[in-house]
Design a binder for this molecule. Structure first.
Ligand code: NDP
Length: 261
């Protein structure tokens, strides 16, 4: 299906591996030009070249730490230099935490606040005006089911992802008049290379698949991980005009893990 996205420009933080890279591939398949952001500039560059060649689009890799103001500025500068602005912003960079409230210090709370919330604030503040100039746009936030259904071992992740959801709703209200749609997606379990690496560390080469199945069994619902591609389809749809009446919402893509309505 042609989603009418050809020629649009998308900035994807954490677009170099896992979910963000799958979204990049999905958008590139629709003819979207890309800015792929990660701290590892070599990987960002490699993936940008590969995706661009595979789909005949223009893509650049940007090495930046979006948990800092300077990193966000670098992303905005590179986007403006190459494309003049953006039509789509996907705030996806993020990672799990592991602590108790009793033991985590202020610095850890601050880091995750900067990564999960301030990156979205800063990039939204600077890229939304370029969307306005281009006649509209889309901002998507990749939060997590943990934003509403907390896991006991990552209180900082739960809290900052919940804040990201509220930021998304508030931004949606502010820019609805500018033809800019803003939504949040809350994934459940998505099988990225990082999950596999961690499972191998915990259970070894022979035991990691059983370990991952145990995680999925515990979640319930479909009792399996999604592939990054399964999730990416949802992102790509929300970027397109087929989702033209959708803004200010949160969508759970979690295989039935959420235990409430
Ligand atoms: P991965 O760990 O596979 O990839 C994370 C991406 O973010 C990488 O491209 C990484 O690149 C980038 N990144 C991390 N920190 C920074 C930073 N400070 N500045 C710039 N880039 C950064 O993550 P996933 O694909 O699993 O997750 C993507 C998002 O989805 C996250 O926000 C996560 O919380 C959310 N999510 C994931 C789920 C899952 O099961 N996988 C479930 C629910 C939500 P680099 O290391 O080079 O910086």
């Amino acid at each position: 299906m042609d989603l009418g996205l050809r020629g649009k420009v998308a900035v994807i933080t954490g677009g170099t591996v896992g979910i963000g890279l799958a979204v990049a591939e999905g958008l590139a398949a629709e003819g979207v030009d890309l800015v792929l952001v990660g701290r590892d500039g070599g990987r960002a560059e490699r993936e940008a070249v590969r995706v661009a060649e595979a789909h005949g689009v223009t893509a650049i890799g940007v090495a930046a730490d979006v948990a800092t103001a300077a990193g966000c500025e670098a992303v905005v500068d590179a986007t403006k230099r190459k494309f003049g602005g953006a039509d789509i912003l996907i705030n996806n960079a993020g990672t799990g935490s592991n602590e108790t409230i009793q033991d985590a210090d202020d610095a850890k709370w601050q880091y995750y606040w900067d990564l999960h919330v301030m990156a979205a604030v800063r990039l939204g503040r600077d890229l939304v005006p370029t969307m306005r100039e281009r006649g509209g746009g889309v901002v998507l936030h990749n939060a997590s089911i943990c934003a509403v259904q907390p896991l006991w071992y990552e209180p900082i992740y739960n809290t900052t992802k919940a804040a990201l959801m509220m930021f998304s709703k508030t931004l949606a209200n502010e820019v609805v008049k500018d033809n800019i749609r803003v939504n949040t997606i809350n994934p459940g379990l998505v099988l990225t290379p990082d999950w596999v690496k961690t499972a191998k560390q915990i259970a070894g080469e022979d035991g990691y698949q059983a370990h991952l199945q145990g995680v999925a069994d515990e979640a319930g619902g479909m009792q399996r991980f999604a592939t990054p591609e399964e999730l990416a389809h949802f992102f790509v749809f929300l970027c397109s005009n087929k989702a033209s009446y959708s803004t200010g919402s949160t969508y759970f893509v979690d295989g039935g893990w959420l235990r409430t309505v």
